[in-house]
Design a protein around this ligand. Structure first.
Ligand code: NAD
Ligand code: WQD
Length: 348
């Protein structure tokens, strides 16, 4: 299959892991990233895993003329995986306009450039389980109603999906798969790439690994009075490499004209929910490090429980998550140790 794929945000956490999978599956890729939440060392990591350094363009996708020039310079592009976005939920509440501008203007400029090409084009969108809010039914299927977004960030994912759906109706050459990720964790088993949060992490797993590495004294567990098996919130933690592989499968589906509709949505999770305390215990088991944690008040905006019904992705894409929580946590810990220069002691 001769395919040239644009990977926006390809130096970021999920984008870098997906770039590796794409290269390993024979795709030619161009990474576009403005380095607002990443750095170019990631290119070296990708090279160490695949033997190939992908073409990289340092570009802010909020600049419409740069986006158009990119498409003029690469007329043979026939697909895109659009990761580039701002993703911090709390920050989006403080700076909503920045989030609407970044997450929506980039999407619109890319879609305009694609429409101007007047050719078939495959588009994968990074969506999120956050579009469901607190679902009425668990596990969560793709039929679950979309609730009013809890944050401007969440709203950009809902609106992004609507923009894409509307565009598939007006542009019959456009094919879209929107992937709703649950909670991605871990890093590449080679330990050449991984998650690099800027500042103090808001997400649980990087906070755990940083605490184990000595960067924080204690983990705050946000609430233990939820109606769950141990009182802490339940999430579906999926290994980032499993997540990355689903993008390749989705791209191939569109390119082989296998879609039932031009706009399709898939949940990507393991199908299994774990509580915060279970994650902490699983980490202690695989790392041998004892963690300091305390129960504090609930975090505003947290939902009680979310985990995916992955039947649609399993049956339609033939994809399923292979790694379990412990395997994913091992890679997260090995990566943290590597970037903190702590001696490795786990064989992956
Ligand atoms: P990330 O921040 O690591 O990667 C995003 C990349 O996009 C970064 O490298 C950043 O520099 C780049 N970028 C941002 N704005 C840009 C712009 N205007 N122009 C060019 N590049 C730009 O984030 P991630 O965790 O890899 O997430 C990737 C996508 O998946 C995002 O759309 C995010 O909303 C979505 N998502 C992430 C999670 C998660 O928990 N990590 C969950 C669900 C959905
Ligand atoms: C997981 C659990 C916390 C940190 C977020 C976004 C969502 C999606 C994925 C992009 C929760 C608890 C956390 C800590 C804790 N991203 N926790 N102490 O909130 O499920 O989802 O990332 O689309 O949109 O909202 O993930 O990792 O922040 O939290 O107790 O220091 O861990 O309360 O129950 P979340 P998370």
């Amino acid at each position: 299959m001769s395919s040239k794929i644009l990977v926006t945000g390809g130096l970021g956490y999920i984008g870098s892991h997906t770039s590796v999978e794409l290269i390993q599956q024979g795709f030619e890729i161009i990474i576009v990233d403005d380095l607002s939440n990443s750095n170019t060392d990631v290119l070296e990591g990708i090279n160490k895993i695949t033997g190939i350094t992908p073409k990289f363009v340092n570009l802010d996708l909020r600049n419409k003329s740069d986006v158009n020039r990119l498409f003029e310079n690469h007329q043979d592009l026939n697909g895109i995986i659009h990761f580039a976005a701002s993703k911090a939920v709390g920050e989006s509440v403080e700076r909503p306009l920045d989030y609407y501008e970044n997450n929506l203007s980039c999407l619109i400029y890319l879609l305009q450039a694609i429409e101007n090409k007047g050719q078939e084009f495959s588009f994968i969108f990074s969506s999120s389980c956050t579009v469901y809010g607190q679902a009425d039914e668990l596990p969560i299927t793709e039929q679950e109603p979309i609730k009013k977004a809890q944050s401007p960030y969440g709203n950009t994912k809902q609106i992004g999906e609507e923009i894409l759906f509307d565009n598939t109706r007006s542009n019959e050459l456009l094919k879209v798969i929107s992937l709703r990720y649950f909670n991605p964790i871990g890093g590449h088993p080679s330990i050449k790439i991984g998650e690099l949060p800027k500042g103090k992490p808001q997400n649980l797993v990087p906070f755990i690994t940083q605490t184990a590495a000595g960067l924080h004294e204690i983990i705050n567990v946000f609430g233990d009075d939820y109606p769950t098996r141990d009182g802490t919130c339940v999430r579906d933690y999926i290994h980032v490499v499993d997540l990355a592989k689903a993008h390749v499968v989705g791209l191939k589906r569109m390119m082989a004209d296998e879609q039932i509709e031009n706009f399709e949505v898939f949940n990507l999770g393991t199908g299994k929910g774990n509580t915060v305390l279970e994650v902490i215990k699983a980490f202690e088991k695989v790392s041998g490090v004892s963690l300091n944690y305390k129960i504090v008040d609930r975090r505003v905006g947290d939902i009680v429980a979310a985990f995916a019904d992955t039947t649609k992705a399993n049956k339609t894409l033939g994809w399923e998550a292979k790694s379990d929580l412990e395997e994913a946590l091992k890679t997260a810990w090995e990566w943290e140790k590597k970037i903190r220069n702590i001696k490795p002691n786990i064989s992956l």
